[in-house]
Design a protein around this ligand. Structure first.
Ligand code: NCD
Length: 335
């Protein structure tokens, strides 16, 4: 198992089942602090460099909130044009500089491999918040944690489950990282549903197949949705050469209550990393599902905070000191 303290978290390839179990066990202990039942100041004085060189709402804000919830401070930069990368500075130099201002860095960047390159110049642990279409390890961990919780509440397990992944499986980094984590479990059926041009990369399909799982590849939603977990994705239009190219695929696969009732099991869990594209020509996940109890998208969001708290506590070596630095919450809270 990875020795978390001082380590970068760049890829799910670093995480075996023991490491995943350690992260989930640590995340469970973060629940009272995330729900504001208690505070902890275990990271009092520590600084997170939250470096997002590509669009983000939930990942950026939840990394920041997670760090604040542990008592630390957050320094943030957003967008490429407002950083010195736009003046030709290398990722290595940027990392050397930014890591002298922080104790840990969370980073997102539009190019595959960029966060690993950045980590080589960093003097502090770097956590990958998404590197182009390549990987999104923290999203995969929060997705896996959500899948486990949702299935356990229905007395099911990840082993032997059926997951259907739908949409842009070529550019969707969340499904790449999640598939690699799931490959470590047993006897899963993967239905990979996408337009042919946006199919899951062969390298990921091979990892799943070589681990002994069943893979069904289809470009049709009909007949493929009666899964235990249905994981929808947005067409990643920012990765296409032009908006027109992306428009060819937007709106091709949609889920609404009517389709759910017709094609899914009565308890199929609906997941999406968000943002869902709510424009009328896309609308891959209709708001008429908002009251469906099997819609887990906002539970994924909540789980994202405790997973990121766990990763900070582990990489900064304070996971066993969180409670020691506990104090009361003295404001009104409804969580
Ligand atoms: C995803 C991403 O950025 O890869 N969003 C997220 O982090 N929750 C998915 C997406 O943007 O479609």
């Amino acid at each position: 198992m990875i020795n978390f303290t001082g380590s970068h978290i760049l890829s799910v390839n670093q995480l075996d089942r023991d490491a995943i179990a350690k992260i989930f066990e640590t995340a469970n202990t973060m629940q009272p602090y995330a729900q504001r039942k208690k505070r902890t100041r275990v990271l009092d004085g520590a600084i997170l460099g939250n470096m997002f060189f590509e669009a983000s709402t939930r990942t950026r804000v939840s990394f920041g909130s997670a760090f604040n919830l542990l008592g630390g401070f957050v320094r943030e930069t957003t967008g490429m044009s407002s950083s010195a990368l736009a003046k030709g500075e290398s990722l290595y130099d940027t990392a050397r500089v930014l890591s002298s201002y922080a104790d840990v860095i969370a980073m997102r960047h539009p190019e595959s491999g960029s966060v690993s390159e950045f980590a080589q110049g960093s003097m502090v642990p770097v956590i990958n918040g998404g590197d182009g279409p390549n990987e999104h390890p923290t999203q995969a961990l929060l997705d896996l944690y959500t899948i486990e919780k949702e299935l356990n509440s229905k007395l099911q397990t990840i082993d032997n489950m059926h997951i259907a992944m739908v949409g842009d499986l070529k550019f969707g980094r969340t499904v790449h990282s999640l598939s690699k984590l799931l490959a470590q479990y047993k006897n899963i059926t993967f239905s990979l549903i996408s337009p042919k041009e946006l199919a899951m990369p062969d390298s990921i399909v091979s990892i799943i197949e070589d681990a002994g799982h069943k893979v069904i590849i289809s470009d049709e939603i009909e007949g493929n949705l009666d899964a235990d977990i249905l994981y929808l994705t947005r067409i990643q239009e920012e990765r296409f050469p032009s908006p027109d190219e992306a428009n060819k695929y937007r709106g091709q696969f949609r889920l609404n209550q009517q389709i759910y009732t017709k094609h899914c099991k009565s308890n199929t869990v609906i997941m999406h990393p968000l943002p869902r594209d709510s424009r009328s020509d896309a609308n891959e996940l209709d708001t008429d599902l908002n009251l469906n109890p099997n819609l887990a998208i906002f539970r994924q969001v909540e789980n994202g905070v405790i997973i990121r708290m766990a990763l900070f506590a582990l990489t900064l070596g304070v996971a066993d000191q969180v409670q020691q630095h506990e104090c009361d919450v003295n404001w009104f809270t409804q969580k």
